[in-house]
Design a protein around this ligand. Structure first.
Ligand SMILES: [Zn+2]
Length: 318
């Protein structure tokens, strides 16, 4: 009995996953696809409250991952991409009411140049009393289309202005539009961030790459209950590793630790198909001409999921 309980407990903690969510605009119905209404926000926070979810800081999650600690079930981290005024005007009071921490990723140029719709440095400083401010680039460009020297310039000027105006060094980075390639990731990593966040739907487990953390977007008509049921799949992607040069996705090969006989694979523009597993491995000829410059390939087995983002890199590895 004791062994059984121990086994049960250890497998429960092995299965434990945290979830990172990303918001953009709050109570701003001019942009339905990136907006979260205040009613929806309160419903989500009530759901966390009633169902035992613990909203923690991004710091706490990253420290647990770095120290190889067990990730408890029901940890939730809330992030906000872009320093929109609507957070200050509408969202912040709800976060304060529930006492929930957050990390806001700042598009530096927008504040620096006083773009309409974006927060001022003064407002950002006020916000930093309740949550952390992190880095979301200087110019909010499509990074896979920027040359290496332009990318470096963007990081350097952005980090310099961020530090001068806010007096802090950001610890975390999120990609503009959630777009990245191997080259973009390596450049971002070279600036010494403790973690990098993408925008692929998913969950966080002890084996997650801290430089490629999945976030599900709680915008528009998103399904929180579904997002919370997703678990991270420990998957080794053998093919594809990057966007195919000729745009044809020839082969899918992914190794997992799963015993299931089948799972599903999804490709942007093609939908979802069933796939058989052989000793946890997926091996499949595809020969699909990709339709989108930004393609997600997702493997799911039960409620476990692993995503590969394929983006054309205009500058290869140069
Ligand atoms: Zn953004």
């Amino acid at each position: 009995m004791k062994t059984f309980l121990l086994l049960l407990i250890s497998s429960l903690t092995l299965w434990a996953n945290a979830h990172i969510f990303v918001y953009h605009r709050f109570g701003d119905n001019r942009y339905p696809s990136t907006n979260t209404s205040i009613k929806d926000l309160k419903n989500q926070f009530d759901f966390f409250n009633k169902n035992g979810y613990k909203v923690i800081t991004l710091n706490k999650l990253i420290n647990a991952l770095k120290n190889k600690e067990t990730i408890p079930e029901k940890w939730v981290v809330l992030t906000i991409d872009d320093n929109f005024k609507s957070f200050y005007k509408n969202g912040l009071k709800v976060f304060k009411e529930y006492g929930y921490p957050f990390s806001m990723f700042v598009y530096v140029e927008a504040t620096q140049k006083g773009y309409k719709d974006y927060l001022s440095w003064k407002e950002l400083k006020e916000i930093s009393r309740y949550g952390s401010l992190e880095f979301h680039s200087y110019g909010h460009g499509h990074m896979s289309k920027m040359s290496t020297s332009d990318l470096k310039k963007d990081f350097e000027i952005g980090l310099k202005v961020f530090r001068e105006k806010l007096g802090i060094k950001p610890k975390y980075f999120s990609y503009p539009y959630g777009e990245y390639t191997k080259r973009v990731k390596e450049i971002a990593k070279s600036y010494g961030f403790d973690a990098i966040l993408n925008q692929n739907m998913g969950a966080i487990a002890s084996f997650s790459d801290i430089y490629d953390l999945d976030r599900s977007a709680l915008v528009g008509k998103s399904n929180l209950d579904y997002f919370l049921k997703i678990k991270a799949l420990d998957a080794k992607w053998i093919s594809p590793k990057s966007y195919p040069e000729d745009g044809v996705l020839k082969f899918l090969q992914v190794k997992t630790d799963q015993n299931s006989k089948h799972g599903y694979y999804y490709i942007s523009g093609f939908g979802s198909s069933r796939v058989e597993l052989n000793n946890g491995e997926i091996k499949l000829n595809l020969n699909k001409k990709l339709k989108k410059f930004r393609t997600r390939v997702i493997i799911s087995i039960g409620n476990k999921m692993s995503t590969k983002l394929l983006m054309k890199d205009e500058y290869g590895t140069k």
